[in-house]
Design a protein around this ligand. Structure first.
Ligand code: BGP
Length: 478
C-alpha cells in the first residue's frame, strides 16, 4: 500500500451539524425533511410545521461539539475525514452576492481542528442539499442560473480554504439524479408540490431530471476548472452511488439487463465526469426516451476540460435484477432490487456483500484507470447499550473487517485504491429514514428518533477495534 493511504470516516453537514438558522444559516432542503422510519417515508414540507419533527435542525449538535468530536477522531488514529460544507451556511439564499462570514469562520475552525489532529479533510461541496430558496425561485438544478450560483459558492470556499483543503468532491452521489422520482428530490425540483410529499415520490419528469443533471455535470466541471486555477494541487473526485446489480439468473436477458442498468445508472455520469464526454450509449438512451438536452455552444468543451482526478463512490450493498417480475425484494442505498438468496441483509433490508466491493473496485478501475476511493461504507444497525452504557457492536466490526478485506484483495489484484472512509463514523441521523436508531458510528451519540437524549458521546467496542485495525491495515500493506 502507498504510504499516503487515506483511512478515516465520513459525515454530511445536514445529518450531523444541527444549528438550524444559527449564525446566519439559511434553510436548506434538508431542513424541510421530517423524520420517517424503516417503513414510513420522510416528508418534504413546503413550510416548517410545528407538529412535525425535523431531525436536521439539531442533528447531533456537531456544530457545537465538533472540537470534542474531532478529539475523539484524533485519538482513534484516522488520517482523513470526509465532511460536507452546508451551502446555505455560506450563501443562505443561494443567490446572495456576498457570503455569510460566520459560516465561513465555522469551517475555518473545523478544518483547523482536523489539521490539529493530523486529519486530512475531504470536502463534499454539495451533499444532496441546497439552499431551499433555490428550489422555490429557480426549481433547483433545472434552471441554468443555478450553475452560476453554485460556482460562486464553490469558488468562494475553495479560495477561502485553499491552504486547508486539498481533496474536493463537487457532488455526492450525482447519479442519484438518474433514479425515477428520487432523482426529482436530488435535483431540487418541487414545483408541483402543494404542501407536503413523500420525498421518494415526487412526480417524475425524466426530461427535467436529465436536463438538471446536465447542469450539475457542468457545475462540477466548472468547479474543477476554476479549482485547478485556485490551487494546482487540488484533487477532485467523482462521487458516485456505487451499484452492484447482479443478474438474478444466468438467463441471457437477466445478464443483459444488469449491463444496461449499469451503463446508464453509473456510467452515464462516470463517463462525463472522468472522460468528459457523453458516450454513444448515453445519447442513444436519451434519444430512445425522447429527451433532448438543451446545451449552449461551449458546454461539451467545458465537460471535456473539467474532468476529475479520482473515482470515489459509496458502497453498502448489492442487488439483483431479473427480466421477470419477482416479488421478493430488498432495499438498498436509494435503489433496491430483487433479493439475493446467497446473501444476508441488515435490519433495514440492505444486502451485505463484501465481495461486491471487490468486484466493483476491479470493474471500475479497469474501465477508468484512475485512483479509486471508497468514501462511504458501513453498517446501519440498532445498537443497544447495556446497563453500564457499554456498546458491543460485533456485527459492525465483522461488516467493516470483511469490507477492508475485500479492499485488500482488490489491491492485490492491482487496483489503485487511495482511501477508505467509514460512513457515519460518529452516529448521525439516517438520510433515507431520518432515524437516529439506524446507527453507523464507532462513537455512540445518546439521542433517540424524536431528538430526546443527552447528546453524550461514547466509544463503542468497534472504536477500539478500528483503532488497531487502522494500524494493522496500513502496516501490513506498506
Ligand atoms: C448515502 C448518503 C449518505 C448516507 C448513506 C447511508 O446515500 O450519501 O448521506 O446517509 O447513504 O444511508 P442512510 O442514512 O439512509 O442509511
Amino acid at each position: 500500500m502507498k504510504k499516503n493511504f487515506l483511512i478515516g470516516g465520513a459525515l454530511a453537514a445536514q445529518q450531523c451539524e444541527g444549528a438550524y438558522q444559527t449564525d446566519g444559516k439559511g434553510d436548506a432542503i434538508s431542513d424541510h425533511l421530517t423524520a420517517g422510519g424503516h417503513h414510513s417515508p420522510r416528508l418534504l414540507t413546503k413550510t416548517i410545521k410545528e407538529h412535525h419533527y425535523y431531525p436536521s435542525h439539531r442533528g447531533i449538535e456537531f456544530y457545537q461539539n465538533f472540537e470534542e468530536d474531532m478529539k475523539l477522531l484524533g485519538e482513534l488514529g484516522i488520517n482523513a475525514l470526509r465532511l460536507s460544507i452546508s451551502w446555505s451556511r455560506i450563501f443562505p439564499n443561494g443567490d446572495d452576492l456576498i457570503p455569510n462570514e460566520d459560516g465561513l469562520i465555522f469551517y475555518d475552525h473545523v478544518f483547523d481542528t482536523c489539521h490539529k489532529y493530523g486529519i486530512e479533510p475531504i470536502v463534499t461541496l454539495c451533499h444532496n442539499d441546497m439552499p431551499y430558496n433555490l428550489t422555490e425561485k429557480y426549481h433547483g438544478w433545472y434552471d441554468r442560473q443555478t450553475i452560476e450560483f453554485y460556482v460562486n459558492y464553490t469558488t468562494t470556499v475553495m479560495e477561502r480554504y485553499k491552504h486547508k483543503v486539498k481533496y474536493w468532491l463537487p457532488f455526492n452521489e450525482i447519479n442519484g439524479a438518474i433514479i425515477e422520482h428520487v432523482g426529482m428530490f436530488m435535483i431540487g425540483y418541487f414545483k408541483e408540490i402543494q404542501d407536503e410529499i413523500d420525498m421518494h415520490h415526487i412526480p417524475d419528469h425524466p426530461d427535467i431530471r436529465f436536463q438538471s443533471l446536465h447542469h450539475m455535470l457542468l457545475a462540477s466541471a466548472k468547479t474543477v476548472m476554476y479549482g485547478k486555477k485556485i490551487h494546482p494541487d487540488f484533487q477532485f473526485g467523482a462521487m458516485l452511488l456505487g451499484m452492484v446489480n447482479y443478474p438474478y439468473t444466468c438467463h441471457p436477458k437477466d445478464n443483459l439487463l444488469a449491463l444496461q442498468n449499469e451503463n446508464i445508472f453509473v456510467d452515464y455520469c462516470a463517463d462525463v465526469l472522468i472522460k468528459g464526454t457523453y458516450t454513444n450509449i448515453a445519447t442513444a438512451y436519451l434519444k430512445t426516451h425522447h429527451i433532448t438536452l438543451e446545451m449552449e455552444q461551449d458546454d461539451l468543451e467545458i465537460l471535456k476540460k473539467g474532468t476529475v482526478d479520482f473515482y470515489s463512490f459509496s458502497y453498502y450493498s448489492s442487488t439483483t435484477c431479473s427480466h421477470q417480475a419477482l416479488t421478493d425484494t430488498v432495499y438498498g442505498n436509494l435503489i433496491g432490487g430483487n433479493k439475493n438468496p446467497y446473501l444476508k441483509e441488515t435490519e433495514w433490508n440492505w444486502t451485505m456483500d463484501p465481495d461486491g466491493l471487490h468486484y466493483l473496485l476491479l470493474k471500475s478501475y479497469k474501465k477508468y484507470h484512475i485512483p479509486m476511493m471508497i468514501v462511504e461504507n458501513g453498517l446501519g444497525a440498532n445498537d443497544h447499550p447495556d446497563e453500564n452504557f457499554i456498546i458491543c457492536d460485533d456485527y459492525r466490526i465483522n461488516y467493516i473487517q470483511e469490507h477492508l478485506c475485500a479492499i485488500k484483495k482488490a489491491m492485490e489484484d492491482g487496483v489503485d485504491v487511495m482511501g477508505y472512509m467509514l460512513w457515519g463514523i460518529i452516529d448521525l441521523m439516517s438520510a433515507s429514514t431520518g432515524e437516529m436508531s439506524k446507527r453507523y458510528g464507532l462513537i455512540y451519540v445518546d439521542l433517540d428518533n424524536r431528538g430526546h437524549g443527552t447528546f453524550q458521546r461514547k466509544k463503542k467496542k468497534s472504536y477500539h477495534w478500528f483503532q488497531k485495525a487502522i494500524k494493522e491495515f496500513i502496516n501490513t500493506h506498506e
